[in-house]
Ligand binder design. Structure first.
Ligand SMILES: Cc1cc2nc3c(=O)[nH]c(=O)nc-3n(C[C@H](O)[C@H](O)[C@H](O)COP(=O)(O)OP(=O)(O)OC[C@H]3O[C@@H](n4cnc5c(N)ncnc54)[C@H](O)[C@@H]3O)c2cc1C
Length: 446
């Protein structure tokens, strides 16, 4: 028997961003009513929200995320393309310098759609608004969790924008409140232990500006990515298309100061990258926005799956559960994969206790992979600190050789792309064909 038939009357989602929206879509198939509580006010147009400060930075939707989004909202990808998203082949439309080498360009068959994060969120929002049992309540900040019988979550306390507080009962509560998640504190208040937290400090920053037309030299590509070349070079940058014939230009750096904070220092920073392409593209272009800076001090992961005592009916999803280095563009796709786990478990779980336990255990397994991918790269920066994965130096050497082989070997690059898009396990990089390509590469470190 599925959970909804047993007791699924009302689900409450804390936070109406990507993880919250995708969870709400899944829950709407199982609960009579899904209430999404969002502390921000409603946007009546495509706009950045205060509650999502990273919203002005580039957000790439990986192929895994795109496919799951399409499953949840059939036709949404075509709709976005019609309204301004750019379809790009991940190889032939992308100029990518990685560890100092340019990736081979070929028709890879792996395409992505590119747009601003607000545009993506807006399209998901429009789809949710036509689902009758989903109710978005804006200007509602969740303040605490309510517990019944010392073991089960029975709802939340929220505060409206005018300061009034009220309780709301619910059969299932999903925390999708992102980096600001207060679940560890709320658990303590209810008499439970806080989860263990793993942090890896990287001191990454993003600085982004929107430009209109770029230099003609860019006519044969859609996007440019200059990934840093650690440990020698900790600076990088990207250009990606936005809806409305605009471009988002992002400069980034690990442990780098000072940050570019005006147009002149932005250009100077771009000029100092190892590759001239980004600077050449923007040196005469006219900015259409100011600079938006976002600091990302550390990757952080909570081990809710390891807690022995945990209240049934509380699920933690998205960035509330784990925040990974955004350079790898995984966050939204991980949220989609977690929503998919939720859908499967809601179909099969017989009790709330089991659903809660299995959910955190399964999403922790999902996260193990992107976490390893990110840490393998992040620990190349000498200032990065935190718990290192087992076999790190072997992995770093092998992955660097994979990356270097991607500059001339299509087979290796195709598989590497699948791993980055969370469509294949990193172990597949040791398949015989890939291993042979890497070992025979003309471009490798010993
Ligand atoms: C600089 C940067 C660049 C990134 N680039 C990419 C990328 O290229 N690709 C990618 O896939 N991911 C990227 N990410 C990650 C991505 O932003 C997140 O993983 C994704 O948005 C999912 O987050 P979320 O929905 O869990 O939380 P968030 O998006 O942070 O949203 C949390 C929501 O909860 C609300 N909220 C918070 N507290 C409360 C409360 N108490 N009560 C009610 N509401 C509350 C907030 O207002 C907000 O709407 C990037 C992140 C950063 C920082």
């Amino acid at each position: 028997m599925s959970l909804n038939r047993m007791e699924g009357k009302r689900a409450i989602v804390i936070g109406g961003s990507i993880a919250g929206k995708l969870s709400a879509r899944v829950l709407s198939d199982f609960f009579e009513e899904v209430i999404v509580l969002e502390k921000d006010q409603k946007n009546d147009s495509i706009a950045i929200r205060k509650g999502v400060p990273q919203g002005s930075q580039g957000h790439v939707l990986l192929k895994s995320g795109e496919e799951l989004l399409e499953e949840l909202f059939p036709g949404i990808i075509a709709e976005m393309v019609k309204e301004g998203s750019t379809v790009s082949d991940f190889s032939s439309d992308l100029v990518w310098f990685h560890h100092g080498c340019r990736k081979i360009s070929f028709d890879s068959g792996l395409s992505i759609i590119q747009q601003s994060r607000s545009f993506l969120e807006w399209h998901i929002q429009k789809r949710l608004e036509i689902i009758p049992n989903i109710d978005f309540r804006y200007g509602c900040t969740v303040k605490k969790l309510l517990l019944k019988d010392n073991k089960e979550i029975s709802g939340i306390t929220l505060e409206k924008h005018d300061g009034r507080q009220m309780n709301l009962s619910g059969d299932l509560v999903v925390d999708a409140s992102g980096a600001a998640s207060l679940t560890p504190k709320w658990l303590e208040e209810l008499g439970f232990k806080k989860p263990k937290k793993t942090e890896v400090k990287v001191d990454l920053f993003y600085a982004s500006m929107i430009f209109g037309k770029l230099a003609d030299a860019t006519a044969n590509w859609h996007s440019l990515l200059v990934y840093p070349n650690p440990p020698k070079q900790s600076r990088g940058g990207t250009i990606s298309p936005l809806e409305g014939n605009r471009h988002l230009v992002t400069l980034l750096g690990y442990g780098v100061e000072p940050l570019p904070n005006d147009h002149l220092s932005f250009l100077q920073y771009a000029k100092n990258l190892d590759q001239p392409d980004l600077y050449e593209a923007i040196k005469t272009a006219v900015p259409e926005s100011g600079i938006e800076i976002y600091r990302f001090p550390a990757l952080r992961r909570f081990h809710y799956d390891k807690l022995k005592q945990f209240p049934a009916g509380l699920l933690v999803i998205g960035d509330s559960f784990c925040r990974i280095d955004p350079v790898f563009a995984q966050g939204m796709s991980i949220a989609a994969m977690e929503a998919e786990v939720l859908r499967k478990l809601l179909k099969s779980s017989k009790t709330k206790e089991k659903l809660t336990k299995d959910f955190h255990r399964k999403i922790s397994k999902i996260i193990d992979i992107p976490w390893l991918i990110a840490l393998t790269e992040d620990f190349r920066f000498r200032h990065a600190t935190g718990e290192k994965p087992i076999g790190l130096s072997f992995l770093q050497r092998y992955v660097k050789n994979v990356v270097l082989a991607c500059s001339h070997n299509q087979t290796v690059y195709s598989q590497f792309m699948k791993v980055l898009h969370l469509k294949a396990h990193p172990v597949s990089l040791f398949n015989p064909a890939i291993l042979a390509g890497v070992l025979s590469s003309k471009n490798k470190i010993e």
